[in-house]
Write a protein of this length. Structure first.
Length: 241
């Protein structure tokens, strides 16, 4: 369904997504467009996605930031703890510093990342992911959306059925989803239960100055912040207005 906000219609909407490590701008675009965002960290952790890693763009090229979570077979995202690998926080801070020390707004955000990696110690993946996402959304991007965990609401079933039960438990009738959920979400079933589904369109994001060409769109929000500062919202949702 077309997002009614594009036609100037205001509806109270909900999104339910697994937490990610320093996610890209599309993730924050969804957060911005809803009234309540639920972190869906009660589902099983899987390797090879963005729950514990993301990409930054340095003068040397793309570089992964990967959190040391071990195998984690059968554990939920909320249960995942960091391995005993020493100095990973220092490594991530060094990678970010080396990639963006010459970026226009590195000085603006350096104290925050120093606090995250040099002054705090993290045990749980979900705790770190959620802290980073909420702080970046509210303090750096000015987003007013409320945050909660999916476990704050009763639910049942799997996949689409579970999402539907969460939406109903939270008291919403309008649900915003990323396009990947089209593989398993039954819009007709949701509509039959009084819930309208809207699909986020990630196309059209404008380019911004990066460390070097060609432009790399699929990178962490860090990249956008370091290069555009307080203008970052313009490159996420502001350009549509």
């Amino acid at each position: 369904m077309t997002d009614p906000t594009k036609q100037g219609v205001s509806l109270k909407k909900l999104a339910i997504i697994q937490s990610s490590y320093l996610p890209w701008r599309g993730y924050f675009d969804i957060i911005h467009d809803v009234d309540l965002f639920l972190f869906y960290d009660e589902v099983e952790f899987s390797h090879g996605d963005f729950r514990n890693r993301n990409v930054i763009y340095s003068p040397q090229g793309l570089s992964w930031l990967t959190l040391p979570c071990g195998r984690g077979t059968g554990k939920t995202i909320a249960e995942m703890t960091f391995s005993d690998r020493k100095n990973w926080q220092q490594e991530h801070f060094n990678k970010i510093t080396n990639a963006y020390r010459k970026a226009p707004f590195f000085g603006k955000y350096k104290p925050f990342f120093e606090h995250i990696y040099m002054e705090r110690r993290w045990q749980y993946l979900s705790e770190l992911n959620q802290f980073l996402t909420k702080h970046i959304a509210t303090e750096f991007l000015g987003i007013k959306t409320a945050f909660a965990n999916s476990t704050d609401y009763p639910s049942h079933g799997q996949k689409g059925e579970k999402l539907l039960s969460l939406i109903k438990s939270a008291g919403y009738a309008h649900y915003l989803s990323g396009p990947a959920a089209k593989d398993y979400l039954d819009e007709a079933e949701f509509a039959a239960n009084g819930v309208a589904v809207y699909w986020k369109d990630y196309s059209g994001y404008p380019e911004y100055p990066q460390v070097k060409p060609p432009f790399e769109p699929q990178v962490s929000i860090i990249d956008l912040l370091m290069h555009t500062g307080s203008d970052a919202p313009q490159y996420i949702w502001g350009w549509r207005q």
